[in-house]
Write a new protein. Structure first.
Length: 261
């Protein structure tokens, strides 16, 4: 079971789980994002951010992030009863993720995941048959059901951490004001705005992060003028350079080498 909790300075969340938990989560993310790298995919930017989180989770269970031991409930009486020697602790792996980044992924996953059904079962087989150039791995439909559940779990632990910081009443108010799901709010999303939110949040003093996080979440749910202006500028530049908006990066959006979590 994967869990998450806010970091000490509220800079982000710590996602934690056992080896198998993280391994299964990584497999689900790979399947549901597919192997295509097509900028014309309406959810390319969402999948790219999810894959960024996947990268950290994969490195976590490889032992490249945080490792700790937790009690597993094994007692001397239990070992005696079953006549077996068991470890008293389990190994847990964990990784920190910036709050705006994690919240964006959690908000966008519910919209993206149903679009990704095309990588499973009959939908995938039909696409492969109709388009020989469509390099796609056909996943089982039963895996789709499992992957939906994994994505729901990932979103829920992130949003639960958010509620822990801003308060349940405020969290409920924000989520209820979100409007209808599946309204393509995150299709062709310019995630350069998420970078700006991340950097803005990092620069905020820890004692002011609760209010700042609440403000950022509202902006990630309902696109403000600042987002619209940013995307409009990216679209102009993309036409000028003959590329996708997703290929454009600002040299100003540099993350610090060390983050105080």
């Amino acid at each position: 079971m994967i869990s998450a909790k806010p970091t000490k300075n509220l800079t982000g969340i710590t996602i934690e789980g056992e080896y198998q938990d993280f391994s299964e989560m990584v497999d689900s993310i790979y399947r549901i994002t597919g192997l295509e790298d097509d900028y014309d995919d309406p959810y390319w930017s969402v999948k790219n951010r999810l894959l960024g989180l996947c990268y950290d989770i994969r490195h976590a269970y490889m032992g490249d992030r945080n490792v700790n031991q937790v009690d597993n409930g094994v007692t001397s009486e239990l070992m005696k009863w079953h006549s077996v020697k068991l470890p008293r602790k389990n190994v847990h792996y964990s990784v920190e993720v910036l709050f705006p980044e994690a919240v964006f992924v959690a908000l966008a996953i519910p919209e993206m995941k149903y679009y990704q059904r095309r990588y499973y079962g009959d939908s995938a087989r039909k696409q492969k048959k109709d388009n020989e150039d469509f390099d796609i791995i056909v996943n089982k439909y039963s895996e789709y059901i499992s992957d939906l559940a994994m994505m729901d779990m990932l979103s829920s632990v992130i949003l639960s951490s958010l509620a822990e910081v801003i308060g349940d009443e405020e969290f409920e108010k924000i989520m209820k004001g979100r409007g209808e799901l599946f309204s393509f709010d995150y299709a062709v999303y310019a995630t350069q705005y998420v970078d700006k939110c991340n950097l803005e949040y990092i620069k905020t003093a820890p004692d002011k992060r609760k209010d700042k996080l609440r403000n950022i979440v509202k902006r990630l749910i309902k696109k403000p003028d600042a987002y619209q202006n940013l995307k409009a500028g990216l679209e102009i530049s993309a036409r000028e350079y003959g590329c996708s908006i997703h290929e454009l990066r600002s040299t100003k959006d540099e993350y610090p080498d060390d983050i105080e979590w």
